[in-house]
Design a protein around this ligand. Structure first.
Ligand SMILES: [Fe+2]
Length: 399
């Protein structure tokens, strides 16, 4: 409600939205507002209303804020009215230009409502009334190679520079707050990522435990049906892992060799026990049944998602480099490295163990036999690793 003491402010702003925002803020703070949409309109309204203060944007059509401010200072009847510049321009040159047209105060957009109101009150409560006999001082200086010459009250310059300084402090404070907020968010995010990672690791460990348990159950099943096969698998794993280590196979592949070795003869559960434990040489038909075991093992495991190609390793462990193996007759690099390593470990274990139908070969005899098939049936690198293991490193099958 207007009253005798109510102060009037002319706002000059070309953006209708921003103009409305300022108007609402000022009216809520108890001011009477007269709005203008550019410098020319503003100058007319300042002349007509003789407000207590002018709040102006700088970049506007027809007449900008600097030109309007200069025109106000030229007009005897209104030159005493303080002018606050409200703008996104904040280069030193803009501020110097503000000084040259004798603005009182400079506030950058986006402005803080409280800060703007406090500047308005400061300017209203301490108007720059020229001292009696006081006069404008001529300022003549260079900045970044440009020459500036203008006359103004020194108090006005101090006031304007102080407002710029306060504005900068406020902006800095807001930046600091924003940075703090960002840091808080980062910390929270980091903690959430950590928690989620721990959860994933725990899940992975649980899955690994479940997988090991399942594999152990398979091994026990084989052990129940055929203790010899279970024992053979254990020894094959030890040699296969030693071979892989000797060859410098990466850890991840090594884990596949270990697990593949542990259950490589899983398919033998489909072979009648009397054939597996037959003390005599097998007939052709019986051998055909035994030779189904890689495919049976593969079929059991092919849909199980292991992090390693376990089903393929099992399928290929009786393949030979020259294509003489089974079930597919693969050759050379068609056979996985894991299966080529397992093949050598399997054969070495078989040759050096007693079987119901024949005694064990000596280590030398077995190594001779293996060497004779190096590069023919067996991967030469794996055979070399095997010779080095037994002859130089003293590897022995645990008894
Ligand atoms: Fe086998």
């Amino acid at each position: 409600m207007p009253s005798d003491t109510q102060r009037t402010i002319v706002t000059v702003e070309d953006s209708p939205t921003q103009s409305m925002q300022i108007q609402l803020l000022l009216e809520e703070a108890g001011f009477k507002v007269v709005d203008a949409s550019n410098g020319k309109d503003g100058l007319e309204k300042v002349r007509a209303h003789k407000p207590d203060l002018v709040l102006t944007d700088l970049e506007m059509p027809e007449m900008n804020g600097y030109e309007m401010c200069a025109a106000i200072r030229e007009d005897e009847s209104i030159r005493h009215i303080p002018v606050i510049m409200l703008t996104t321009l904040s280069e030193p040159e803009d501020i110097i230009r503000g000084m040259s047209v004798q603005a009182d105060c400079y506030v950058t957009k986006p402005y803080d409502d409280e800060f703007l109101l406090s500047k308005i009150n400061d300017v209203l409560e301490s108007p720059l009334v020229p001292k009696p006999g006081g006069s404008k001082t001529d300022f003549d200086f260079q900045f970044r190679g440009d020459q500036y010459t203008f006359a103004t009250l020194p108090e006005r310059i101090v006031s304007l520079l102080l407002s710029v300084y306060e504005d900068a402090i406020l902006q800095n404070e807001e930046l600091r707050r924003a940075e703090e907020e960002l840091e808080k968010l980062n910390t929270e995010l980091e903690e959430r990522v950590k928690a989620r990672t721990a959860e994933l690791i725990e899940n992975a460990k649980r899955m690994l435990r479940a997988m090991r348990g399942t594999v152990q159950a398979m091994v026990s099943t084989i052990g129940l049906m055929d203790p010899d096969t279970a024992e053979h698998q254990k020894r094959v794993v030890q040699l296969a892992v030693a071979l892989a280590t000797e060859m410098g196979v990466p850890k991840k592949q090594m884990d596949g060799i270990h697990l593949g070795g542990v259950i490589h003869d899983l398919g033998k559960i489909a072979v009648p026990q009397e054939i597996l434990q037959k003390p005599d040489k097998l007939t052709k038909e019986e051998r055909r049944l035994v030779q189904r075991h890689p495919k049976v093992g593969y079929d059991i495991l092919k849909t199980v998602e292991f992090p390693w190609p376990i089903a393929q390793i099992i399928l290929q462990h009786h393949e030979r480099m020259d294509g003489s193996g089974y079930p597919l007759g693969l050759t050379g690099d068609q056979i996985l490295l894991e299966a080529r390593i397992l093949a050598v470990a399997d054969v070495m274990e078989a040759m050096t163990a007693d079987r119901p139908w024949r005694p064990a070969l000596t280590l030398d005899e077995a190594l001779d036999e293996l060497t004779s098939k190096k590069g023919v049936q067996f991967d030469p690198d794996v055979v070399d690793a095997c010779l080095s293991l037994f002859l130089e490193r003293g590897f022995e099958f645990p008894t």
